[in-house]
Design a protein around this ligand. Structure first.
Ligand code: FAD
Ligand code: SF4
Length: 365
């Protein structure tokens, strides 16, 4: 059995106190919210903080404020269950409700927070292992070692961004509010992530995420589709997050972001640009799916093979656009849940193999 190492737990009740405690303890300390990612990682000695600054007692960091008309502010400490089931999120930012609702398992979504999900550590087959396993392969540069075991000639780490909500928040044009020793700042989600498996956040170590800020829903529709091995719970090995602003049946603006294909969410702006001013015809959907396929370059360091994950980008982008084009009426919103468990196709094309799941739902906004 893996045990947690010893640590001190500090429980501030305000954002100011949390920031001060972090400044006092420096690199020895880490923030912890639900602990659903950090505690298992500490058991594997991927992180070894001697001080944890718990965020659960900070009431100001929890709950959903605002309205879809003016934009929503979701406290970073809001549980994934609460965020995904909030009526304004589920009704007007459907892709986010789906993404948050597909993270891990119900128990972990009750404990896990939206803030923890946007900050969640990057993943790699050579890193998400016990200390003894990692020691047996002489570690890697993300923790305790010097080289990358995936790309030994590389000077950087290629661990994979595996947050479900991050690509969706990117497509929705969300912002992240940070509080630190120098005060508060609000930055776009697209500036919050960096293309490096170790330094994957632009956040300073002393900064705490206090809120996720969503823009007005304003005619936007969104959908999130997730590829994972087990339908019950699993990290994404591909996430496709699409948001469209529609006027009638014409797309006015579009954003497509891929998750779990790189060390940060990977936008597909060229594919999205093809949609502007157009109707979602089958021909256009195929052309956009083709264009979105190009920027996704999954490496061979997570579950399922990387050629397969790459191939599924085209399939999932097309499915996401088709479901937005179909736009289900409000009364059937929740039932339009794509959970397919299809036998492997003989032509190797659009199908998942047995036991692999693709999930998501789409709602009109
Ligand atoms: C079995 C299993 C399956 C999982 N499946 C998925 C999955 O499918 N998809 C997925 O996205 N995740 C998955 N996770 C990871 C995790 O459960 C979620 O990402 C969860 O949202 C993390 O939130 P948390 O509040 O528990 O974060 P914590 O574990 O408390 O923290 C995670 C990281 O974020 C930092 N942090 C937390 N809150 C803040 C804040 N407000 N400001 C600054 N830093 C902060 C912590 O210091 C830590 O580095 C899984 C985990 C397990 C154990
Ligand atoms: S990508 Fe390389 S350095 Fe990064 S965790 Fe994997 S093996 Fe380690």
């Amino acid at each position: 059995m893996m045990r947690l190492p010893e640590f001190s737990y500090l429980a501030p009740v305000s954002v100011g106190d949390a920031v001060k405690l972090m400044a006092d303890h420096g690199p020895a300390a880490m923030f912890v919210a639900g602990g659903t990612d950090l505690y298992p990682n500490m058991k594997r000695r991927q992180f070894e903080p001697s001080v944890l600054i718990g965020l659960r007692g900070i009431r100001d960091m929890s709950g959903v404020r605002g309205s879809p008309k003016t934009g929503l502010t979701i406290g970073a400490g809001t549980s994934l269950t609460a965020a995904s089931s909030h009526p304004d999120v589920a009704g007007h930012y459907a892709g986010l409700a789906t993404a948050a609702g597909l993270v891990s398992s119900p128990q972990l979504r009750n404990m896990g927070t939206l803030g923890g999900n946007v900050c969640v550590d990057t993943r790699c087959n050579y890193y998400n292992q016990s200390y003894e396993w990692r020691k047996a392969v002489h570690f890697c540069m993300k923790k305790d070692g010097d080289i990358c075991l995936v790309a030994p000639g590389s000077s950087r780490c290629w661990a994979v961004s595996s947050s479900d909500t991050a690509p969706m928040l990117w497509s929705l044009g969300a912002q992240v509010r940070l509080a630190g020793p120098r005060g508060e700042r609000l930055i776009p989600v697209s500036a919050f992530y960096q293309d490096d498996g170790i330094q994957y956040l632009s956040k300073q170590p002393g900064e705490v995420v206090t809120d996720i800020v969503l823009p007005p829903s304003d005619g936007w529709r969104s959908v999130y589709l997730k590829l994972r091995r087990r339908g019950s719970f699993d990290f994404p090995v591909l996430g496709v997050a699409v948001a469209l602003r529609m006027e009638g049946d014409i797309v006015r603006e579009a954003a497509i972001t891929l998750g779990a294909v790189a060390s940060q969410p990977r936008p597909a702006p060229e594919a999205a640009a093809l949609l502007a001013g157009q109707r979602l015809t089958p021909e256009l959907i195929d052309a956009v799916a083709d264009a979105a396929f190009k920027p996704g370059k999954p490496l061979d360091n997570t579950d399922l093979t990387h050629p397969y994950r790459k191939k599924m980008i085209r399939v999932f982008v097309a499915r996401a656009l088709r479901s937005l084009a179909d736009g289900q009426p409000a009364s059937t919103k929740r039932s339009n849940h794509l959970a397919v468990d299809e036998p492997a196709s003989t032509d190797g094309s659009n199908h998942l193999s047995h036991g692999q799941h693709a999930e998501g739902h789409v709602e009109d906004q």
